[in-house]
Design a protein around this ligand. Structure first.
Ligand code: GLC
Length: 629
């Protein structure tokens, strides 16, 4: 028998006694606590029990620096993050990470409904905040490999090293399609070509596990996997002049065909969350764009995970930020933001949002949609059954199998752009039995420089910042004791002259950077690198290895160079470079980006009408070795 219950003039709830969802499962526990119940029912049951305060707490993500048990319990906090470089202590061990996060988790579980926390971190090329973790090549180098299976394996290794520190959520992958290398985040983009970026979304399968065919919604295979986050939706890599967080001026068709395509794949692969971009589309802030976040992403693409704001992304809806926080909250939540990476002013956020809901300016249906999406991911991630760190995983941090995988990725990321001067004999592969060789440049012997940004600290920095193998160490390992290897980080002008070097290896490039700090309008090799190149290569046959997050101005110097390799930002396993330049492996890398002649040409991308690059997208030479491993 069906009764119609009119509960408001717009909503009619049909209640048939036989179909009302039971609130306790057969064992007598609450449905949401019963892992045998379908996740949809668990979400519905839990949501029905939550107060507004508890719901808004789930939408709130705060930084670990302002987190403690009383804040978590008083504000019902649903998520905590480590921002770039935010660690429990310098060189923190996995145990220290586990204990910190378990303490937060214990507080969350000791609340009325015991909803577990989700802890997020930017594991964008390995678990890169964590000392001794394996650091993989940044995405631009992975794009050069054109190897989606390799990238999936990197995702799986990263998931293990993230879980090894008690963390269940990674703000990765960045699926930006960088269209202008002046953008400080271009190295976080796999390619200028959306098709290359799409193929690299296999990393989501590695991070989360492969979703079964036809799966709809977020998918996290097990508690050895993590919830992933495709970012930053949408058009982050298309801003004018590559200015970070700026305006992407493009038609809707262009936005979809270039910048949105990778999200089709991310959603199909069951990505758990998607991060909104700081940037704007034709003048409208993405964090306030209801059409793109709700109508398109949630509606047309059918995304069922949650949308998370970027760091203070709500505040930056206005210029200057926080100019009108009430407006920002209304705009952001209405647009479809589900979880807010506040991450510090959580009292202000929570009280403002509570006010707006209580005063009918934000409907409860919007809050319920956001919280349901968040809970769905938490259930999918297995948090209710396995809320605490698995201490058995700590040995995965920097384990040899992961370092070998990273070394393979380095090999496959290298792009050979020149080999032989003016049609003369090829310099590569190098003679590993040479009597005396010269290695110059700070980048040859510096883990921090070869890893780049988002490594141990937010911006990254030079120095012995974590465990790994430098490029020089790899060269020494490859050449053995019969050769004399002379190294100088900053050689004097005539250092290479008349000292009987058979050849020189010149390793130069950019210093680490991230985000706006990396925006650069002239893209020249830092000056000391140019001096070292000219002084050395005029005196001795030379191989130049460029360590950079993007193509730089090199045309004026190529005339001095016998061989030229782009190594991008290789990460901790610098020995992957020696593997190739000494001929154990041939080059397979292809340019994931157009190599321009001058910045006056930018933006310059494959498919442009007037396309006159120094090296075209997809370019990459081989040494033509007989043996291939
Ligand atoms: C940063 C970045 C974003 C990152 C977030 C948390 O500003 O834009 O990629 O995930 O904040 O660190």
């Amino acid at each position: 028998m069906e009764q119609k219950l009119i509960i408001s003039n717009t909503m009619v709830m049909s209640i048939t006694h036989c179909c009302l969802a039971t609130t306790t499962s057969t064992e007598g526990t609450f449905v949401y606590k019963d892992p045998e119940q379908p996740i949809a029912l668990r979400v519905k049951d839990l949501l029905s029990r939550m107060t507004l305060e508890e719901k808004i707490g789930q939408m709130t993500q705060i930084e670990r620096e302002v987190s403690n048990s009383s804040v978590i319990q008083r504000y019902h906090i649903g998520s905590i993050l480590s921002g770039g470089g935010s660690v429990p202590a310098p060189k923190a061990t996995p145990e220290l990470w586990d204990n910190m996060i378990d303490d937060f988790q214990r507080a969350a579980l000791n609340t009325r409904l015991g909803i577990p926390l989700l802890y997020g971190i930017d594991a964008v090329h390995g678990n890169n905040n964590v000392y001794r973790a394996t650091i993989f090549p940044h995405n631009v180098g992975l794009g050069a490999t054109r190897d989606p299976i390799l990238v999936e394996k990197i995702g799986a290794a990263t998931a293990l090293e993230v879980r090894a520190t008690g963390i269940q959520y990674a703000f990765a992958p960045c699926v930006a399609v960088c269209r202008d290398p002046r953008w400080g985040r271009c190295y976080e983009s796999y390619s200028e070509d959306p098709e290359v970026v799409r193929t690299m979304t296999t990393i989501i399968d590695g991070l989360q596990g492969r979703a079964p065919a036809g799966w709809k919604g977020p998918y996290v295979q097990s508690s050895n996997k993590v919830a992933a986050c495709a970012k930053h939706f949408v058009g982050d890599g298309g801003t004018r002049m590559g200015i970070n967080e700026n305006d992407t001026v493009i038609s809707y068709d262009g936005l979809v065909s270039i910048h949105m395509r990778p999200y089709f794949d991310a959603v199909t692969r069951g990505v758990s969350s998607i991060m909104a971009s700081y940037s704007s589309w034709n003048g409208v802030k993405m964090h306030a764009n209801r059409f793109l976040l709700t109508d398109v992403l949630k509606g047309q693409l059918g995304f069922k995970g949650f949308i998370i704001s970027d760091w203070q992304g709500i505040d930056r809806i206005t210029s200057p930020p926080d100019a009108n926080y009430t407006f920002s909250i209304l705009a952001g939540i209405h647009a479809g933001i589900d979880m807010v990476m506040v991450p510090y002013m959580y009292e202000q956020f929570i009280s403002n949002l509570t006010y707006e809901v209580k005063n009918g300016n934000i409907p409860m249906s919007r809050i319920d949609d956001a919280v349901a999406r968040i809970l769905q991911v938490k259930f999918e991630t297995g948090l209710f059954e396995h809320p605490y760190a698995n201490k058995e995983l700590k040995s995965f941090i920097g384990q040899q199998a992961h370092r070998s995988l990273a070394r393979e990725a380095v090999r496959k990321s290298l792009v050979l752009l020149k080999n032989g001067k003016n049609g003369g004999s090829q310099l590569l592969p190098l003679n590993r039995d040479a009597k005396k060789v010269l290695v110059v440049g700070a980048h040859a012997n510096d883990i921090g420089l070869q890893c780049g940004g988002w490594t141990i600290s937010w911006h990254g920095k030079a120095g012995n910042t974590t465990h790994g193998t430098t490029i020089l160490e790899g060269i020494k390992e490859a050449m053995g004791d019969s050769s004399e290897i002379v190294y100088a980080a900053r050689p004097d002008k005539d250092f290479a002259k008349g000292r009987g070097f058979e050849y020189a290896i010149v390793v130069i490039g950019e210093s680490p950077y991230s985000e706006t700090q990396g925006d650069n309008q002239n893209l020249t090799i830092p000056s000391q690198g140019i001096e070292i190149l000219e002084n050395t290569c005029r005196a001795v046959k030379c191989l130049v290895i460029l360590i950079s997050g993007r193509p730089l101005v090199v045309e004026p110097y190529l005339q001095y160079v016998d061989a030229f390799v782009s190594a991008w930002l290789p990460g901790t396993e610098g020995n992957g470079i020696a593997d190739v330049v000494f001929g154990d492996y041939d080059f397979v890398g292809k340019l994931p980006r157009t190599w321009f002649r001058s910045v006056a040409q930018l933006p310059l991308n494959i498919g442009d009408k007037h396309y006159d690059p120094l090296f075209p997208f997809g370019f990459g030479l081989k040494m033509g070795l007989e043996k291939h491993k």
